[in-house]
Design a protein around this ligand. Structure first.
Ligand code: UD1
Length: 331
């Protein structure tokens, strides 16, 4: 298929591009490089450097070239994702995440592209009422970031109804790790997520890791999260696109490993694998952090035959360390 991957130069996007190329798809990447990196691009994929906020450019990209003869599907991963920032600068998230997605859907409707795979998030659920979280769990985001993802899911529902655009909305839990075959090496800039922060500490780019809270009612007092390897996520994107094309039906899926790890368990694995001390301090809780979040991915198994294969903590940490140990700069 001819697939336009928007946000394909980013951390998750580049892994998805690699997976689609490996599947034999013809891939074009569209990215504004605001957080994506040129070094994450593959020569086999055509690249458009532009923003989803520029409607004419987006429309032209969606029309494709005479070579591609238009696109069959869009994979959309172009969003801001810093939960804390979204509470301070909601305007930025409204514009890029919500308006940007509306532009994409309009360009798809204008050019007759019928399928979309969208990066959603476990943040659509808010504080869990029970775990593991399945797709029936109530939707009540705690952050503006989570709200943007939920709002987009609703808008996609309307475009499905009114324009026949079928979508797969994939709610990632905690995306982590790097390509197991070492083909992607771009480091996220100014990361806020736990594992890249740990890695930056391991290579000396940061003095210490601040652990947000050690008084949660969990096995060691720190928060539990469901870390899912980006290679596993990428496989799910390809399978989800196959599903919506074959069944002409949209779907929303929770994607996680179905296991949980605490902050201290992640840190212990990182210290062991890197052999670095990784200094840490405890601080107070971070606002809005649920104590434990794990996914039920039963529906993904039933519909796509998908389950996580590479998402044990040590594989995630080892694949990440392979990249950071080569590229981390001591300051
Ligand atoms: C959040 C979202 C998730 C989203 C992701 C994108 C929620 C519930 N989850 O994940 O859907 O895809 O952001 O960025 O909104 N931690 C520290 N010190 C640090 C960083 C993190 O202790 O310096 C702890 C956090 O308190 C948390 C865990 O590590 O317990 C994971 O945090 P993080 O990597 O930021 O991801 P989430 O907030 O779980």
């Amino acid at each position: 298929m001819n697939v336009l991957i928007i946000g394909g130069a980013g951390y998750i996007g580049s892994h998805v591009v690699r997976e689609f190329l490996d599947h034999g798809h013809n891939v074009t990447v569209f990215d504004d490089l605001s957080s994506g990196l040129r070094e994450n691009l593959f020569p086999e994929a055509t690249f458009f450097h532009n923003t989803i906020l520029e409607y004419p450019a987006l429309l032209a990209a969606c029309r494709g070239t005479s070579d591609t003869n238009g696109f069959d599907a869009v994979v959309h991963l172009a969003a801001f994702k810093a939960v804390g920032e979204s509470m301070l600068q909601p305007e930025k998230y409204s514009l890029n995440n919500i308006s940007g997605t509306i532009n994409i859907l309009n360009a798809m409707a204008d050019t007759g592209i019928k399928y979309m795979v969208f990066s959603s998030s476990a943040a659509v659920f808010g504080q869990p009422q029970y775990i593991p979280l399945d797709e029936k769990h109530p939707l009540d985001p705690e952050s503006y970031y989570g709200f943007t993802k939920l709002e987009i899911e609703r808008i996609m529902g309307w475009y499905d109804n009114l324009k026949g655009i079928r979508f797969a909305s994939l709610r990632y839990f905690n995306a982590a790790g790097y390509d197991a075959r070492g083909r992607i090496t771009g480091l996220e800039q100014n990361p806020t997520n736990l594992i890249p922060v740990i890695m930056e500490t391991a290579v000396g780019m940061r003095k210490e890791l601040t652990i947000f809270g050690n008084d949660y009612d969990t096995r060691d007092g720190t928060c539990v999260r469901d870390y899912i390897h980006v290679n596993d996520l990428s496989v799910a994107h390809a399978a989800a696109l196959d599903y919506i094309c074959k069944n002409n039906k949209s779907l929303k899926l929770n994607l996680g490993s179905e296991t949980g790890a605490t902050v201290l368990e992640i840190l212990e694995s990182a210290r062991r694998i890197t052999g670095r001390p990784i200094p840490s301090i405890f601080s107070g809780r971070r606002s809005g952090d649920p104590k434990a979040l794990t996914a039920s991915s039963k529906l993904a198994w039933e519909l796509l035959g998908w389950k996580a294969e590479l998402s044990d903590v040590d594989t995630i940490i080892r694949s990440t360390w392979e990249v950071y140990k080569r590229k981390g700069i001591k300051v």
